[in-house]
Design a protein around this ligand. Structure first.
Ligand code: PMP
Ligand code: GLU
Length: 397
């Protein structure tokens, strides 16, 4: 069978692949600690699941409009623009099957052959693939390590060409946990505006933010609408509401692009699963209960960030890492133990899995083979045992 050029450069998601392998090894009886894919270890809050079950019993089992239930679009618009000067207009929101689909819709509708898209590196593994699937060219741009890889306009200027059409960042970042300040985001947004570049800001970890006294991380919608150019902001239910499997994400942009993305989605998947949309609506509508559920998860994520950084300082002091200000990952260097046999993070992570049973994702997936990423969305015990085991390889004893 001859396959299309559309997928000539496609590779499977490395984060998903490592996690799948880890689950397979565990099912075969190996003692595995799976710190690969970033997925909250909490169950979806009961009151959200109940709303979906009631919805199913009440017949909410049919198609919805492509862009989502009108009341969910309105609730997502309020959720994303709350406290900002951007309009909470439902027409600007498209609900999709996860933020992954929101991002894909945006890339596919905005970019095409001949276009270049700058991607803040290290990057979430799916961004370059999405840009490539749109037949555009991904251009990774790494910020300085001293700034925890956060980009500046100078970094972007050095990588931009006349063909640059987009810029994709995540804040809080997957994989580093770095968070842009509002001022830093403003300089990027202004650079993008002046260059006629669309800024895609992936804010799925916005609520998992350890600075700012519990406030959400700053986002692109916090910027003055008059100072930003074309913008797509993505968010969703997976992380902050522990709803990964429900597959509900949102994008907020101009009403014009939202209509185009909705048209595109109407031919691809049509709509995010209807019971999942009912659940998401309940999650966004119940402010008080949601705040309580999130506070509990948030405290655990912060405690684990403190735990994992303390363990690294104590057990593997030679391994430098980015101190996470948000999300639930630790991104750390593994090149200190490179030798004739271990020449890249893929090798190191394979050795760690083989010798200690700990599954982590090699930095190749994020554009930097000197690093690896572990998820801290696991129990304290698993994190502690995982780091102790990794130390037997990484500390070189
Ligand atoms: N963006 C980032 C940075 C992520 O880590 C994830 C995790 N899967 C997503 C987007 C997509 O999330 P989902 O499709 O589950 O909403
Ligand atoms: N976003 C998570 C991760 O980076 C889940 C897996 C995926 O969709 O990439 O591990």
């Amino acid at each position: 069978m001859t396959l299309s050029e559309n997928i000539a450069r496609l590779t499977p998601s490395a984060t998903v692949a490592v996690s799948t392998l880890a689950k397979k090894l565990a099912a075969a009886g190996r003692d595995i600690i799976n710190l690969s894919a970033g997925e909250p270890d909490f169950d979806t809050p009961e009151w959200i699941s109940s709303a979906a079950i009631e919805g199913i019993r009440g017949g909410r089992t049919r198609y919805t409009p492509a862009a989502g239930l009108p009341e969910l679009r309105a609730a997502a618009a309020r959720y994303m623009t709350d406290g900002t000067d951007h309009p909470a207009e439902a027409a600007r929101v498209v609900v999709s099957a996860g933020a992954k689909q929101s991002l894909f819709n945006a890339c596919f509708c905005l970019f095409g052959p001949g276009d270049e898209v700058l991607i803040g590196a290290p990057y979430w593994t799916s961004y370059p693939e999405m840009v490539t699937l749109a037949r555009a060219e991904p251009v990774p741009v790494a910020g300085s390590e001293d700034r925890d890889f956060r980009l500046t306009p100078d970094d972007l200027e050095g990588a931009a060409t006349a063909r640059t059409r987009g810029l994709i960042i995540s804040t809080p970042s997957n994989p580093t946990g770095a968070v842009y300040t509002k001022g830093q985001l403003g300089t990027l947004a202004e650079w993008a505006r002046d260059r006629g570049v669309t800024l895609i800001s992936d804010e799925i970890y916005q609520e998992i933010h350890f600075g700012g006294g519990g406030a959400k991380a700053p986002g692109a919608l916090d910027l003055d609408p008059a100072s930003v150019g074309h913008l797509v902001v993505t968010n969703g239910m997976s992380k902050a509401y522990a709803m990964t499997g429900w597959r509900v994400g949102f994008s907020y942009t101009t009403a014009e692009l939202a209509a185009r993305m909705s048209a595109f989605q109407s031919h691809v998947s049509l709509n995010a699963a209807t019971p999942s949309q009912v659940a998401a609506l309940e999650g966004l509508a119940q402010g008080g209960a949601a705040t309580r559920s999130r506070a509990h998860m948030f405290e655990a994520f912060r405690r684990r960030r403190d735990l994992v950084t303390r363990l690294f300082d104590e057990l593997i002091p030679a391994c430098a890492y980015v101190r996470p200000e948000g999300a639930f990952y630790l991104y750390f260097r593994v090149d200190g133990i490179f030798d004739g046999n271990l020449t890249c993070a893929n090798d190191v992570c394979a050795r760690i899995l083989e010798e200690t049973g700990v599954a982590i994702v090699p930095g190749e997936a994020f554009g930097d083979p000197r690093y690896a990423r572990m998820s801290t969305a696991s129990s304290d015990e698993e994190i502690e045992e995982g780091v102790r085991r990794m130390a037997t390889v990484l500390a070189g004893d």
